[in-house]
Ligand binder design. Structure first.
Ligand code: FES
Ligand SMILES: [Fe+2]
Length: 379
């Protein structure tokens, strides 16, 4: 790494980006491609499935769909998060369709009872099927892990460990756990999941799609990636008088001093921001006083469920809180509008045959590279 004459740290181009091209329309619109991709991307490896505050107490559960697979997240009696396929071991009824809590999980079809560790407690009225032993009919487990308030699952590998790498650790000092939920939204949107992930992972569009965001004080929007995490931040034009301004201009995420950003003074929404794309489906904006968590569940080639949770430090006036909520909602609505419009081109089969901006669209390149790796050789 080198420092340029304005005091900004140079971050080299990722190898290969100059030759990169945009993806074909069929990758966003073709049902057969979608099925293959859903299998390769969402049914293997870690995928965000929600937030842990929706499972607050022992005995709580929440039903989710991950890569089209119904899953059940459960807070066990000892506080451990567990995950199972949301499929009764009798005749495959879904055990739950929303969220709830209780001392056991009861299948709505024939009332088999499961403990929170997934074991079958009672097969009500089953009689004497040959060789039947309740110990053989536990719910099928899936791997569950949490990082901060986010919950991840891995459908395919029950024994795997979540490792988000050092860039996730660079936001350790963000006070997310001290914040309160101020907005919860779930919307089914008319675009392929990658259209929003690409949109989130670049700032190239910001002056045009979000004209009310003041970007004049930032020189650029650098990005670094490591493993499944892409980390972008608002970098100041040059080191300023305040410590946090120097940190933003001269350090990379996770270097000593970076943690001070999360206690920096901030007056405006979208100031002093860190923006994490966590492959394949989570996006987090972190500010000293608020955090926006988004994750996606692809429902079809051109339909995506977008879940959003906004957290903020308590103690604000209602007016100030409404200001934060309105700012985030406006920005999201603007992004949704452009993403829906882009999807119309994909649905029409119109290939852009485009290139990627070598600095501004490093995040888009990150998305494409992760996708190609997940799809395997030959893509
Ligand atoms: S399908 Fe669940 S008890 Fe019959
Ligand atoms: Fe945007």
């Amino acid at each position: 790494m080198t420092i340029d004459e304005t005091g900004l740290r140079n971050i080299p181009d990722p190898p290969g980006i100059t030759a990169a091209r945009t993806l074909p329309a069929s990758w966003y619109a073709d049902p057969a491609f979608f099925e293959h991709e859903r299998q390769q991307v969402f049914r293997r490896g870690w995928v965000c499935a929600g937030v842990s505050d929706e499972l607050p107490d022992p005995g709580a559960w929440v039903a989710r769909t991950v890569g089209g697979v119904p899953v059940l997240l459960v807070r066990d009696r000892d506080g451990t998060l567990r995950g199972f396929l949301n499929v009764c071991r009798h005749r495959a009824a879904p055990l739950c369709d929303d969220q709830g809590s209780g001392s056991v999980i009861r299948c709505p079809y024939h009332a088999w009872l499961y403990r929170h560790d997934g074991s079958l407690a009672k097969a009500h009225g089953v009689g004497n099927p040959a060789g039947f032993d309740v110990a053989d009919y536990s719910l099928k487990p899936i791997a569950v892990a949490h990082w901060r308030r986010l919950v991840f699952v891995d459908i395919e590998n029950p024994a795997t460990e979540l490792d988000l790498g050092p860039l996730a650790a660079a936001v350790d000092s963000c006070r997310l756990e001290d914040m309160e939920l101020v907005l919860r939204e779930s919307n089914d949107r008319s675009f392929n999941w990658k259209v929003l992930l690409e949109n989130y992972s670049e700032n190239y569009h910001t002056p045009f799609v979000h004209p009310e965001i003041d970007t004049t004080s930032t020189e650029d929007y650098p990005m670094v990636s490591d493993g499944p995490v892409l980390y972008a931040w608002d970098r100041l034009r040059r080191p300023g008088p305040a410590d946090d301004e120097t940190i933003r201009s001269t350090l990379l995420p996770g270097e000593p001093g970076w943690e001070r950003l999360f206690s920096a003074d901030t007056e405006r929404p979208y100031d002093v921001g860190s923006y994490l794309t966590i492959w394949p489906n989570a996006m987090i904006n972190l500010f000293p006083d608020a955090v926006l968590v988004m994750w996606m569940e692809p429902l079809g080639p051109n339909t995506t469920r977008v879940e959003r949770r906004l957290y903020a430090l308590p103690g604000r006036t209602a007016e100030s809180m409404n200001g934060i909520i309105d700012a985030h909602r406006l920005v999201h609505d603007q992004d949704v509008d452009i993403c829906v419009a882009v999807q119309r081109s994909h649905d029409a089969g119109l290939d852009a045959d485009g290139v990627l901006a070598t600095v501004e669209e490093r995040g888009v390149y990150f998305v494409h590279e992760r996708l190609r790796a997940a799809l395997g050789a030959g893509q």
